[in-house]
Design a protein around this ligand. Structure first.
Ligand code: SAH
Length: 230
């Protein structure tokens, strides 16, 4: 048991060093990745790959993102501990956990109920209490719940790719001065974009890097659709 822990620790440290070599500089980001146990999100059979810098299939037809991409997106958000962050595409919850180590509060939306539930179990098991998760259509932004509006958000991160541009509802929910990171484009030619809301109705953006994400899809998944991924 002890040997396994030391081995896991060594692998985790090696991964962090690998991310530094690949250009991740923000020590808050590296620290957050170091503190979220990625093995927690990986099926037993794939455990030896938990600390490799690769995406890993997790069942439910999903993959957990490559650590470098999680780090790069988190770094591009320029997060601090006062920020309220909205994530679209909870998936396993790994990215949300990394965010939650740096910012004040994370709101995250997933359209597949089984994934939403799996992520909630992960947040509970890791005792992360500053994450609020919802099963809904994230393309519409965070809904008012019991009359309470959480928008605007200081930061928004979208972890599924919009075809042409991110949904307008998301830019609407971004605070002025806020940053949104989102992959955009068709499968095979997606680019990660960084948007900054300059005023109530203007924003600037630039391309960060080419990426590969699953598509952003409208509406909550039907039971049948979710059964297909199970
Ligand atoms: N951030 C995740 C990886 C996300 S994979 C992690 O750390 O593991 C992308 C996820 O976006 C998928 O689970 C997909 O179901 C979800 N998704 C796609 N369109 C969505 C939408 N409109 N609203 C909410 N989630 C969506």
């Amino acid at each position: 048991m002890l040997a396994t822990n030391i081995q896991t620790q060594n692998r985790a440290i090696r991964l962090i060093m690998d991310l530094r070599t690949k250009g991740i500089q923000d020590t808050n980001v590296l620290g957050a990745l170091e503190r979220v146990p990625r093995e927690h999100f990986i099926p037993e059979a794939m455990m030896d790959q938990a600390y490799e810098d690769i995406a890993v299939p997790i069942g439910l037809g999903q993959t957990i993102s490559q650590p470098f991409i999680v780090a790069k997106m988190t770094e591009a958000l320029e997060l601090n501990d006062r920020h309220k962050v909205l994530e679209i595409g909870t998936g396993t919850g790994y990215q949300a956990c990394v965010l939650s180590k740096i910012c004040r509060r994370v709101y995250t939306i997933e359209r597949h109920k089984p994934l939403h539930q799996y992520a909630e179990e992960n947040f509970r098991a890791l005792e992360l209490r500053n994450i609020t998760a919802l099963c809904a259509d994230g393309m519409k932004g965070w809904p008012k719940i019991n009359g309470i509006d959480q928008a605007p958000f200081d930061r928004i991160i979208v972890t599924a790719a919009a075809r042409e541009k991110p949904p307008a509802a998301l830019l609407d929910q971004l605070a002025v001065g806020g940053i949104m990171i989102a992959p955009v484009g068709e499968a095979g030619s997606q680019v990660l974009k960084r948007y900054k809301k300059e005023s109530e109705d203007t924003y600037s953006f630039y391309d960060v890097m080419p990426v590969r994400f699953v598509p952003l899809l409208p509406d909550v998944a039907t039971e049948e659709e979710s059964r297909e991924i199970a």
